[in-house]
Design a protein around this ligand. Sequence first.
Ligand SMILES: CC(C)(COP(=O)(O)OP(=O)(O)OC[C@H]1O[C@@H](n2cnc3c(N)ncnc32)[C@H](O)[C@@H]1OP(=O)(O)O)[C@@H](O)C(=O)NCCC(=O)NCCS
Length: 162
Amino acid sequence: MLIREATADDWPRIWPFWHRVVAAGETYTWDPGTSEEDARALWMNPAKQVYAVEGDDGTVVASAYVTPNYAGPAAGIANAGFMVDPDRAGRGIGRLLAGHVLDEARKAGYRGMVFNAVVETNPAVKLWTSMGFTILGTVPEAFDHPRHGRVGLHIMYKALLP
Ligand SMILES: CC(C)(COP(=O)(O)OP(=O)(O)OC[C@H]1O[C@@H](n2cnc3c(N)ncnc32)[C@H](O)[C@@H]1OP(=O)(O)O)[C@@H](O)C(=O)NCCC(=O)NCCS
């Protein structure tokens, strides 16, 4: 498994699982019908530091980004997004990638990381909590989940400076 910076050439290999995850409408607040062009603008945005995870056979199995969550005097707080190919989920890739991204964000000088909208039914909540994130608050019934109905969105935070 290799975690490296993503290049524009990676996008066609990220898009199939990006689309699958977002179209499912269970984890992200993006429109499930987001077009490929709009998705690329969102994920591969030049303001973001984007990572790709290569499996042993060279395929891209996951991607993540880090970007300032706020501007100006609050630009030292990062935001990040994570996506693992659903066919490869539950095998430790997300935890490995998140560890790498947290290290990189720390090295880049970010003081903390915020997730703005973690769907409360997402198994990722357990992952982030186990990595030291806390739930600062929950926007109640903000997310219309296709299976669970209206569920809350957690704002999660982790300090990065020692
Ligand atoms: C969330 C996500 C990044 C996790 O990556 P992953 O490779 O599937 O997760 P891992 O195999 O590294 O598992 C890490 C932990 O997550 C939890 N977890 C992950 N998937 C789970 C599932 N389907 N059910 C229950 N727990 C799960 C477990 O607590 C696991 O803990 P462990 O390491 O003690 O076993 C990935 O599933 C994904 O991309 N999901 C869709 C997009 C998404 O939700 N992104 C995050 C938005 S906040």
